[in-house]
Design a protein around this ligand. Structure first.
Ligand code: PFF
Length: 456
């Protein structure tokens, strides 16, 4: 048996269909849905941005997700070795794998910072620090917390250590059990928040902001944000879904799984919007204020609810766990590569990579406070720059590489085998998928890029 086949057989597999959905949805659903989606929607003027975002998910995100799964499962390895086994040892497509390694590490560096904020908010919620405060005071609290040079870093490092612990424990034990448990509870609490938010006086303005599009508010930069966020929220273009794809059983229906993940992810993001914006308008919070939006609005919303103390604690616990099921998928990308291809033990690889990524994260955190001046480049602090560079540039390029590879390079028979589970399922849309992967999705990405450069 050749070594590739051996590797394929020895790789761990997720144990059931529910596990795959839970784990891949666990990667997709995270801070992107609950923290980032509302704040960039607020920044970009609301409903029109959401329309473009939904188009990006359906026309670009979904085919890229299916392509990532195909590359991972067919390639049967980490993000680099999957491309290698499908394209050949010296193929330029391998660069796609290395780009993804860089992307996943960069996302994790700033993601760990925001997850640290969420962790700290569990402590604040437990000690009832939001009680009796006005929205403006809660805003000040957030503002002074994130610029402090020590506290956010301590929580960031605790979060990163937890991520490393789960990744270190291995794919099955660690990741599966976590993901299955938390999704339904998170959904339940977001639904409760929606109900409370919608019944606040003045909630209607928030709903109009979310669902009445005014395209004059949408800029070219907003369209690029929408595309970038479609990638970010589905964990695309950075190898996470390629790596997870390699753990999916051959019998699983990839396209259906991908559709279900897109739907679950979109529903959670929209519900987060419905929970937040009516409250934003009811409390007179500034919708375009940026990364603090959720951290400022929600504690106020909880304060207006019966049992608010309990729900606030539970919410930030769940948000932190949702961040964890995403961060482990980011770390898994590089740990799988370093341990499988560079021959380092999984333990060492986990420790080393967590250390490096956390160090960059510390710089991201410091760039929002005292060292902002020194740590600002091209008009953005390192935190915003890392987010912009990965979400709006690296991820769309990585995603384009996946669809182009599956559309143009992989043999049609192989794509067909993957989508039909070696002919066992009838899949009527293989041709439509290939057309999208070859033309529509790459053209969509190119158009948004050119538009954002003012060339279109
Ligand atoms: N999709 C995650 C979220 O929405 O929070 C973020 C993410 C996870 C990005 C994994 C990239 C990744 F590889």
């Amino acid at each position: 048996m050749d070594s590739h086949k051996e590797q394929l057989q020895s790789r761990p597999r997720f144990s059931s269909r529910l596990s795959i959905i839970a784990v891949a949805a666990g990667s997709a659903i995270g801070l992107g849905n609950i923290w980032k989606f509302p704040y960039i929607t607020g920044k970009n003027g609301g409903a029109a941005f959401i329309v473009v975002y939904l188009c990006c998910i359906a026309l670009i995100g979904l085919p890229v997700l299916i392509s990532d799964f195909i590359i991972g499962r067919r390639g049967g390895g980490n993000v680099v070795s999957s491309f290698r086994s499908l394209a050949g040892k010296r193929s330029p497509w391998l660069l796609g794998g290395f780009l993804a390694l860089f992307g996943s590490a960069t996302v994790l560096s700033f993601y760990g910072v925001v997850a640290g904020w969420s962790l700290e908010y569990i402590v604040k919620a437990l000690s009832n620090e939001f009680a009796g405060k006005t929205p403006a005071q809660v805003g000040e609290m957030f503002g002074s917390f994130i610029v402090s040079p020590v506290e956010p870093i301590v929580y960031q490092l605790i979060f990163m250590a937890t991520t490393a612990g789960v990744v270190y424990a291995g794919v099955k034990k660690g990741i599966e059990s976590f993901s299955k448990l938390m999704m339904p509870v998170l959904l339940g609490i977001i639904l409760l928040l929606c109900i409370r938010s919608l019944t606040l006086p003045g909630a209607g303005a928030g709903l109009a902001f979310l669902f009445k599009p005014d395209f004059s508010k949408l800029s070219a930069a907003g369209v690029l944000d929408a595309l970038g966020h479609a990638f970010f929220t589905l964990s695309l273009g950075v190898g996470a879904m390629i790596t997870y794809g390699s753990y999916i059983d051959k019998e699983e229906d990839l396209a259906t799984t991908a559709v279900q993940i897109c739907m679950a992810d979109t529903v959670i993001a929209l519900l987060a919007g419905i929970a937040i914006f009516p409250a934003v308008f009811a409390f007179g919070v500034e919708p375009g204020q940026g990364p603090g939006l959720v951290f400022v609005t929600l504690p106020n919303l909880f304060a207006q609810m019966p049992g608010g103390y309990f729900f606030c604690v539970l919410f930030f616990v769940l948000l932190t766990v949702a961040a964890l099921t995403s961060s482990i998928s980011m770390l898994e990308v590089s740990v799988a590569y370093v341990s499988e291809d560079l021959g380092m033990s999984r333990k060492r690889a986990t420790l080393l990579l967590t250390g490096l990524i956390s160090a960059v994260g510390v710089v991201c955190s410091l760039s929002m406070g005292e060292y902002q001046e020194q740590l600002t480049f091209f008009g953005k602090n390192v935190f915003d720059l890392a987010d912009f560079a990965v979400s709006n540039i690296e991820m769309p390029i990585g995603g384009a590489i996946s669809v182009l590879f599956v559309g143009w390079i992989l043999k049609r028979r192989k794509v067909n085998d993957e989508l039909t589970c070696n002919g066992k399922r009838k899949v009527p849309f293989v041709g439509a998928f290939l057309f999208t992967a070859k033309y529509l999705a790459p053209m969509g990405i190119a158009i948004v890029f050119l538009h954002s450069l003012g060339l279109f």
